[in-house]
Design a binder for this molecule. Structure first.
Ligand SMILES: [Fe+2]
Length: 430
């Protein structure tokens, strides 16, 4: 068991690193060190930060080894420097950053060989510390993919298109009133904010079986949705006015309709693809226009995990098996979301599609700890963000790896953000 776990951790570490290398080798040194948006770090910061976190947790803490580069800890501490300030720091250059992360990884494999994964150490039980670092690197790989999307210039990333629709999906699913188990005590790599498992009573509601598509969203735009304060919350309208929002980020108006720019390629907007790069306020306005609302986080998780016939919560909408390519659009296999109906094998028992993968889904909930929450392994992972000006997003995107995505996984961001791969679906009271 322990050796199987060791092998699967090694494979997860290698998959994350292969993605990091692909994203950072795709551009030249100038591109790596430049800031493509004040919202993002230079890619070379992400690269060395990934190595530094791995050194802190796995080499020094778990392995008890001497530091490799204690002198750079401060530079790569995300709490010490805002993203906009990172280009001005005396960062490792690309060659140094590559050499450093590779050196750390060598030591980590040595630590992994000797690690024991029993319950005597909470940090190592089930491989948790390694899982945390795998997820951390994968989260930065998604962030780096978002940086690529913001980068100007010729395309450097390629991937096959996502699968086509295999089934027509539209309408709503009815989720009966009742208690379900939210969160988890048993996912070995679940982060502190996903714990503990706890019962939540959810009144009956309807939820869209498909994500809101570009075609749906265009109907909102064409009916003057961006210019009608009736559909917007007060804060949302103020933001729409001050930021001049008139379409999702990366959309370009053209004589023949709307185009969008995706990883350096400009193509017509595809009507049956999920809309992406919208902020919470845009999602909220669309939902109001459609006579609906956004789901709460508990509603989303109940729709994604609750199996009414078995009377229990599953790990994923399709069951407890880890995601395979047929279930969901994850892992940067494709560079965009798949059309509605492309993943019937990933649907929930009540017929809700594409809850996992494709786009992160805005929920109406703020980010709070569950009842009984305990910070682990450090307060800065989640707790310091509780109660801030955030909305929870669920389900992962095409840019999210399988290791960093499950039915209980919680993401959070400011309601104005749209550089992330964010979309939504609607719900309504029964
Ligand atoms: Fe980080």
């Amino acid at each position: 068991m322990t050796d199987d776990l060791r092998l699967s951790i090694a494979a997860d570490l290698e998959r994350a690193r292969a993605r990091t290398v692909l994203l950072t080798d795709a551009v030249d040194d100038d591109d790596l060190t430049r800031q493509h948006s004040p919202l993002m770090s230079p890619l070379v910061w992400d690269l060395a930060h990934v190595g530094n976190q791995e050194e802190l947790w796995l080499v020094r803490d778990v392995g008890g080894r001497d530091p490799l580069r204690q002198d750079i800890d401060e530079l790569y501490d995300a709490f010490k420097h805002a993203r906009r300030d990172r280009p001005g720091l005396p960062l490792l250059d690309p060659a140094e950053a590559r050499a450093y992360t590779a050196q750390v990884r060598d030591k980590v494999f040595d630590v992994l060989d000797r690690a024991r994964f029993g319950p005597e150490s909470r940090l190592l039980d089930g491989g948790f510390a390694f899982g945390m670092i795998v997820q951390h690197e994968q989260q930065h790989d998604e962030t780096m993919l978002a940086t690529h999307q913001l980068r100007a210039g010729a395309p450097v990333l390629t991937a096959p298109p996502p699968p086509r629709a295999r089934q027509a999906v539209s309408g709503e699913a009815f989720i009966e009133a009742g208690r379900f188990t939210m969160g988890t005590d048993t996912e070995p790599w679940a982060l502190d904010n996903e714990r503990p498992a706890h019962p939540v009573d959810v009144p009956a509601f309807w939820i869209d079986t498909a994500l809101v598509t570009n075609g749906d969203y265009l109907a909102f735009m064409d009916s003057g949705g961006y210019d009608d304060p009736r559909w917007w919350s007060e804060r949302g309208w103020a933001h729409r006015q001050s930021s001049g929002l008139e379409a999702p980020l990366h959309w370009i108006r053209d004589a023949g309709g709307w185009l969008h720019r995706r990883f350096g390629r400009v193509t017509p907007v595809v009507l049956d693809e999920p809309v992406v790069h919208v902020c919470y306020f845009e999602a909220e306005a669309y939902a109001a226009w459609a006579g609906k609302r956004l789901p709460t986080e508990a509603e989303w998780e109940k729709a994604a995990r609750w199996d009414p016939s078995a009377g229990r919560s599953r790990r994923y909408p399709w069951g407890d098996d880890p995601p395979e390519a047929r279930h969901a659009n994850l892992g940067q296999r494709h560079l965009g979301p798949a059309p509605a109906g492309a993943y019937p094998d990933g649907a929930s028992p009540q017929g809700v599609h594409q809850l996992i993968g494709d786009v992160w889904e805005w929920t109406s909930s703020g980010f709070h700890g569950y009842p009984g929450f305990g910070a682990f392994p450090y307060r800065e992972y989640s707790e310091v963000f509780f109660g801030g000006d955030y909305r929870v997003l669920r389900g992962g995107s095409f840019g999210t790896d399988t290791a960093a995505c499950r039915g209980t996984f919680r993401n959070w961001d400011h309601p104005i953000r749209r550089q992330i791969f964010s979309g939504f679906r609607c719900a309504r009271d029964a």
